[in-house]
Design a protein around this ligand. Structure first.
Ligand code: SF4
Length: 256
């Protein structure tokens, strides 16, 4: 199997997986602590209450640990073992903010955590072995991929590109033509959401920076999104680049 499209970029998914393991052990620890704190008070109300709350909290802690083990196995083996789609939702909606917070506490940069999150998300999406027809896949690009000085504005219709080759829009247009895939260029998160609502794809291959990809993956869930980070040789939001073969690799993995 080919590498995940977001995996080549350091730091890879391992960092996020490790942080996730630590976070889930901490959650289980907090649950145990809660049980210990309330144990004395509950016994005074009814002698059965500590047992009932102990079983409830024990089941909760077991679910957290089991979920973590499943996610770790899914990521390591690249196979959909059990509930991968549901677990991806738990990571995206609940665990990610906590993991980001813990990562920052121990001095890991936010963008590094986000890069690793994107790699982890790609790994989970690919583990589901989703195969989609070309007409149900959408390539979503940020407008900063287009050369700033280009007189043709491709937002809304990438087919207008004259393919002069001064920016990566040319290569991506050719890729879209090769696979007969829809490509949209969005000027921001609001337009990206509108495009997705209108086009109703079954899978999105999105190119963007760490922040936009992270929020896009969260907003789109449960729609599967494969994230590919752009390069910013001139700083953010200006003449950004993307390695077109990474988009090609992602498409080959999901096109049925
Ligand atoms: S490839 Fe050329 S024509 Fe197309 S968007 Fe880039 S600069 Fe403009």
């Amino acid at each position: 199997m080919k590498a995940d499209p977001g995996q080549k970029k350091l730091p890879g998914k391992l960092l996020f997986v490790s942080l996730m393991g630590v976070t889930c052990i901490l959650i289980a620890g907090v649950i145990a602590l809660l049980w210990w704190i309330q144990n004395t008070g509950l016994a005074g109300i009814n002698p059965l209450l500590p047992t009932i709350s102990g079983i409830t909290l024990g089941l909760l802690a077991a679910a957290v640990l089991l979920g973590t083990v499943l996610l770790l196995l899914t990521t390591a083996l690249g196979k959909d073992i059990l509930f991968t789609r549901f677990l991806r939702g738990i990571v995206i909606k609940f665990l990610f903010p906590l993991i980001e917070f813990i990562g920052k506490l121990i001095g890991i940069q936010r963008d590094t955590i986000r890069q690793s999150f994107i790699a982890m998300n790609n790994s989970l999406v690919l583990s589901q072995k989703i195969l989609v027809k070309a007409d149900r896949v959408l390539i979503l690009l940020p407008h900063c991929i287009q050369l700033f000085d280009c007189e043709i504005k491709v937002t809304g219709a990438i087919s207008k590109c004259a393919r002069c080759g001064r920016c990566d829009i040319k290569g991506i247009s050719e890729l879209g033509e090769k696979y007969q895939i829809d490509i949209s260029v969005a000027t921001g998160g609001t337009l990206a959401r509108k495009i997705i609502t209108e086009k109703r794809p079954k899978l999105v291959v999105a190119v963007a920076c760490e922040g936009d990809l992270t929020s896009g993956i969260k907003d789109c869930y449960p729609l599967p999104v494969l994230g590919i980070l752009n390069d910013r040789p001139f700083g953010p939001c200006y003449n950004t680049r993307v390695e077109t073969p990474k988009i090609d690799d992602a498409l080959k993995l999901v096109l049925g």
